[in-house]
Design a protein around this ligand. Sequence first.
Ligand code: CA
Length: 407
Amino acid sequence: MVDGGHCPNQVQEFPQADKRMESSTLAADSKNPYSIIKSTTNQILSGSTFTQLEKRLKAVESMLEDQTLENTNLNQTISKQEFKLQQCDKMMNDYHKNITNMFRLMNHLQRSINGQKQGYRELEKKVSGIVLDVVETISKVLNCGQTNPETTFKDCQDVLARGHTISAVYYITTTYSSCSIPVWCDMDTPPGGWLVIQNRFNGEVDFNRLWDEYRDGFGNIASEFWLGLDNIFLLSNQDFYELRFDLWDFEDNRAFALYKNFKLDGARDRYKIHATDFEGSAKNGMQVHNGMRFSTPDQDNDKWLEYHCGKEWRAGWWFNNCWHSILNGPYYNQSKVLSRGISWNDWKPEQLAKSQMKIRPSRLHRSVESTKHDPKASNSKVNDETYLPSNSQDLQNMESSKLKPKS
Ligand SMILES: [Ca+2]
């Protein structure tokens, strides 16, 4: 009998122990290295073999390598995502800048649109005012003369164009009116066709008048007169017109001022004057009056707040504060006077002897029109339709013209 009754039991304990070890290893999380290490330690403590330990260690190393590779991949993915985030951030900044610029542009456009709307409203108001002025003015001009179209004209240029070359009184009917009014046509001052709106030469007509009289006109059409602001308004708005001032001193020297663009606003704008594109020998005496409203001794529309120019100078005029030129003041039959009534400072510092204001269709606009239709027109001037030079020849020609209208 072999005395080894205890051995078999001892030998048999190994497999059991190994089985417990394996079961504990299997029970451990096969993917968790720490769990495997713990399991392996248990195996060591429970008497596992070196080979088994080595095998377990390699498994752990392999898993660590896998984890490292996985970490590397993860880091690369994170880097890529970070790069994409940076790009997104940059795009967001650009987008924000674009949005900001777009809002600025929208604000700018909105302001521009508002400005245009305001301009349009003002223009609409202006046009409405002119239409109302025209309607009211023609309803006031009730002194209808002849209305036969055969014997009435649009203006003095129309009179001239229809063969009447003598300076005299003619009846004209403006485009906006059905009433004819008598006017003095000056066919002698080159190039003829001038409709006289103011004439003074001897002081027989008092020009110290009130608003309504300046509006309606006064005096004698074949002598001294003021045609009336309403009539001048209707005339100067039916076409493009030019305005000419003829001036004489007491030694019969003369000068003129021509404004190639002239228009008078209506009553709502207090007959504001627009006289530009100056040319002439008298210098630009209306420059400071351009854009001024009309004032009279009873209506102060001038630019001097504390002063009533029309009242102080006893005249109706487009006063600024107060004047560089004034042709409607009191008449004095001498040049040396304390308070001048007919003056054009840019030509003479003394009182003048005579003055005339006259209008005709603007040759400036007519030459533009003719140039549009005929390219040669810009190089070939037509005698009747071009501006004469302000030289001595022009003055000599003017000397021969009649100053005093004939009755
Ligand atoms: Ca004033």
